[in-house]
Design a protein around this ligand. Sequence first.
Ligand SMILES: [Mg+2]
Length: 416
Amino acid sequence: MARIIIHIDMNSYFASVEQQANPFLRGKPIGITGKDQKRSVVATASIEAKRLGVKTAMSTWEAKRICPTIILWPGDPEKYADITHRFNAIYRDFTDSVEEFSVDESFLDVTQEAGDYFGATCMAQTIRERLREECGERITASIGIAPNRLMAKLASESVKPNGLTVVKPNEVLDLLDKSKLEDLCGIGPRVNERLDDLGIKTFKQLREYPVEGLIEEFNSLGLWLHNAAWGQNYPPVISPLPKGGLRGVADSTNDPKSYGHSYTLPQDTEDQTLLKRYLLLLADKVAWRMRRDGVAARCVSAYVRFGDFSGAGQQTTFSSPTADGKLLYETTWIIVNTFASRPDHLPIRLIGITASLICPDPRAIPLFKKEQKLCSVLSSLDTLQRRYGAGIWKRASTLPITLKTRSSGFKFDHEI
Ligand SMILES: [Mg+2]
């Protein structure tokens, strides 16, 4: 059966997220960089910066030279991961088959759900509405709808930024013939060069080139290239993911069994105030991730590592599940404090907290007035976090400290 695939690609993603979060950056050329700006490259340029010639992966030095007014802004991977999580959860409201292709791109197989291309177009427009409402109007996407992933990606590429296009099966050759070889995901500069050596400069020429010759030159890639030039792509789709029963759970095949954060302190310490502040920050982070996924925990554990790398930990079970950061903090502080106040202990090097025995969040139906009040505060804060990222609010007592993000790509070394 013919498939219908939607490819959604966020435009100037990191830059748009920052512009959404910070009105000061809107309408200005900005470049998102790593922590060390002098040695970094521009990971994403805002649409305004791209117009002035700044390109992705350009050194910050060169970006400054081309565009002296550019604002170089350090990236916040956690904030981007949050929004990525949010928009993929929106997609999963429309279909079970969502493939997160990269931090800002996803494929949706909507063959069953949409029925036909008209249905898929309506669906894409509704998705776009929800992105605007739930992620913010600055975070825009290009959308391509086509019979397979390769063509859907090429289609969305052709309408950057912020466009929507439908390429039906009988239109794929037209799309290919309007595109350059290197526009196709899978044809990099080297392959393009080798095709050029064979005298192939267009998809039409690639289509007409004997497939045996391509296989001889490129092995299995040759067949792939031949099929691609005809608008065919294998494997057809995406591993289907069952839609979770829980609201907002993005990937139920990958449901976390626990949520945790640990943090190596800037210096080994015995300072109780400092330990309390870090613990509260960690507890809030864990609680937010649970609320974001619509779950709560029946159990929480805390652990500490001392200066000599020895460690200790303990857990507590709640009478009813919770996703409230303050409660997680109060419970885990009792544990940490027992270790921290032992007379013979060394200064603490690392603290960690893990929430486990995860279940659906019962706050959906708050029973008591006090709970209702707490829920409304938390849900207002969560709305802000969904829109502007996890760092948008802070408790006054944790203001003096920050958790340094130690990231490799989008995996955080302190996220468990
Ligand atoms: Mg993108």
